[in-house]
Design a protein around this ligand. Structure first.
Ligand code: MTE
Length: 348
């Protein structure tokens, strides 16, 4: 997709952050010293500058690729969400593969949320104070019991549990995040999908007055995503309401967002106001913008390159060396059966 200059401030973070702070953060928090030195910028989904460097074999962490991708995550322990002033706290300290959590500051300070900005380090500042109360999500379409849920009711109605998931962005970076939320399946069961429902369509709030990115550009706002109904009913698909034991911050998609850990991060749509059960496969914002680059399925697949870069490895935020990307982001045991007999190059 063509790069759209109107979406960018044109000022690299190196120019708006004092240099020593910038260099220090890059080196120690993102492990991106080499990138900074070579002048390569990690871009956002679909921009022409989204060209993660091809990894040298020596750059890969051998211990990461040797780990068996077969462990099953334990069901999450029940948690109560703490208020915004509570210190960030996770019950777990690693995922089921033994990988440590990405730091709270990175999870909340390095974000893709095009409604605010295409600059990941600018999103949190621009989203700060975005009003997320009151908030309701309208769930309807091909269901027997359509309903609008206030977020505070959802949090009471469905047990909140901690789920530590890997998030793999299509751009080639990843994090390990202790989400708080509840299985999407529970919400769908509450509205009773009819026999005609085959897909689930999700929509982000449309608020161009307060979301500068929605003011123009090439995208068909609001942000839309979709899942096949059986994918949506899989236990891993989570409606997140918090992370690190606290309610979600606006930059992470407050007050509720989807998390689909076996798919590229762009499927995990933020700040949802509408969910519809539908008969036809929905067209997502990214499919509409660049259909040859972003498919409906978007399952993490190291064997199918993005048209502009390899997907065989990734940079875990906070680490220096790249690690191999795992099929289905390491969740094959739980989800590979959903795609039995499908050609995963065709259905990318
Ligand atoms: N949802 C909306 N509404 N708008 C976005 O720009 N970006 C997606 C996804 N959900 C996005 C979105 C992408 S590309 C990624 S990688 C994840 O959000 C990033 O989530 P995080 O910022 O909480 O890490």
């Amino acid at each position: 997709m063509a790069r759209n200059p109107s979406f960018r401030s044109g000022i690299p973070s190196s120019e708006i952050t004092p240099e020593p702070v910038y260099l220090d953060r890059r080196a120690f928090m993102r492990g991106a010293t080499a990138l900074a030195a070579s002048g390569v910028l990690l871009g956002a989904c679909g921009s022409d500058d989204a060209l993660p460097p091809a990894p040298a074999v020596a750059d890969l962490d051998p211990s990461a690729s040797a780990r068996p991708p077969t462990a099953t995550p334990a069901p999450g322990p029940k948690v109560a969400l703490a208020g915004p002033d509570a210190p960030p706290k996770a019950l777990a300290s690693s995922d089921e593969l033994g990988d440590g959590l990405t730091g709270f500051d990175d999870v909340t300070g390095y974000n893709n949320f095009y409604e605010f900005s295409t600059d990941k380090e600018e999103v949190a500042g621009l989203a700060a104070g975005y009003p997320t109360e009151p908030w309701a999500v309208k769930v309807g379409g091909l269901v027997d019991r359509p309903r609008t849920f206030a977020v505070e009711d959802l949090v009471k109605q469905f047990d909140q549990e901690e789920r530590v998931y890997r998030l793999r962005c299509v751009e080639g970076w990843s994090m390990v995040i202790p989400w708080v939320g509840f299985p999407l399946r529970k919400l769908l069961e509450a509205v009773a999908p009819t026999g005609q429902a085959r897909y689930v369509r999700f929509e982000t709030i449309h608020d161009p007055a307060r979301m500068p990115g929605q003011g123009g550009g090439p995208y068909a706002w609001p942000y839309v995503e979709g899942l096949r109904l059986d994918e949506a009913m899989n236990d891993l698909a989570l409606v997140a309401t918090g992370l690190y034991g606290k309610s979600l911050l606006p930059q992470n998609g407050a007050p509720l967002r989807l998390v689909v850990p076996w798919k590229y991060g762009f499927k995990s749509i933020k700040s949802i106001v509408k969910i519809d059960l539908v008969a036809e496969q929905p067209t997502s914002l990214w499919m509409d913008a660049a259909p040859n680059e972003y498919g409906f399925y978007a399952n993490v697949n190291p064997d199918v390159p993005h048209p502009r870069w390899s997907q065989s490895s990734e940079r875990r935020i906070g680490e220096l060396r790249r690690r191999r990307t795992l099929p289905f982001n390491g969740y094959a045991d739980q989800v590979a059966h959903l795609y039995a007999g499908m050609d995963l190059e065709t259905y990318f």
